[in-house]
Design a binder for this molecule. Structure first.
Ligand code: FNR
Length: 184
């Protein structure tokens, strides 16, 4: 049976560089993996009262189920003001609750950050690492994946440049090895 990897993209922007990078990574996985893109932009802002009072939104229930069914997760994210975009933090919060039902738990993970800026989303990458540690995603430490000046790695037709694809293949292969080490 194929293993299911979720690519969680921290941008909902039309023409997102991070989505382009995530789609390229998805295409580089070996056949034994199915790669899916759980969407996060439509999720209502997390509010604990809704869970506590039995008014959990359908969108949260579906998202939690979607994440629960994944075998692994890769986060591909921009940086907003040196941290993670709120849409991504919201999605992580939703799937970490209610208390005791954290569906991120024990999944092998990886982070790729991409930015038009020179420091490549380093702040977001490491804030995300901190968050994922708490929700018990086992995030690959090396090799790290920072893509600064990301617009230079994408062709006019929207495809990713060959050298960047080679780099993304290194990251994908390392993640597959990490996944297989942790696979149950
Ligand atoms: C940004 N951007 C940005 N870039 C960066 O490298 N470091 C940062 O701290 C920020 N901060 C920031 C805050 C806000 C509110 C916005 C809207 C943007 C720029 C950001 O990297 C750029 O818009 C990317 O293109 C977003 O990624 P996608 O949508 O192309 O994937």
């Amino acid at each position: 049976m194929s293993k299911k990897i979720g690519m969680i993209v921290g941008s909902t922007r039309k023409g997102s560089f991070n989505r382009t990078i995530a789609e390229s990574v998805a295409s580089l996985f070996p056949d034994k993996f199915e790669v899916v893109f759980p969407e996060i932009g439509h999720l209502e802002m997390y509010e604990q009262d809704l869970d506590d009072e039995g008014q959990t939104p359908e969108s949260w229930k579906k998202f939690r189920e979607e994440i629960k069914n994944l075998d692994g997760v890769i986060f591909v994210t921009p940086e907003y003001n040196r941290s993670v975009p709120p849409v991504l933090k919201n999605a992580i919060d939703i799937a970490s609750r209610p208390y005791g039902e954290n569906v991120w738990d024990d999944k092998p993970g990886a982070i790729i950050s991409a930015s038009p800026g020179a420091i490549s989303g380093f702040g977001a990458n490491h804030h995300l690492r901190q968050i994922l540690t708490f929700v018990n995603v086992h995030t690959m430490a090396q090799p790290e994946a920072y893509l600064g000046s990301v617009m230079n790695f994408i062709n006019e037709d929207g495809s990713v440049k060959e050298d960047t694809v080679k780099f993304l293949q290194v990251i994908t292969d390392a993640y597959v090895a990490w996944f297989e080490r942790l696979e149950k």
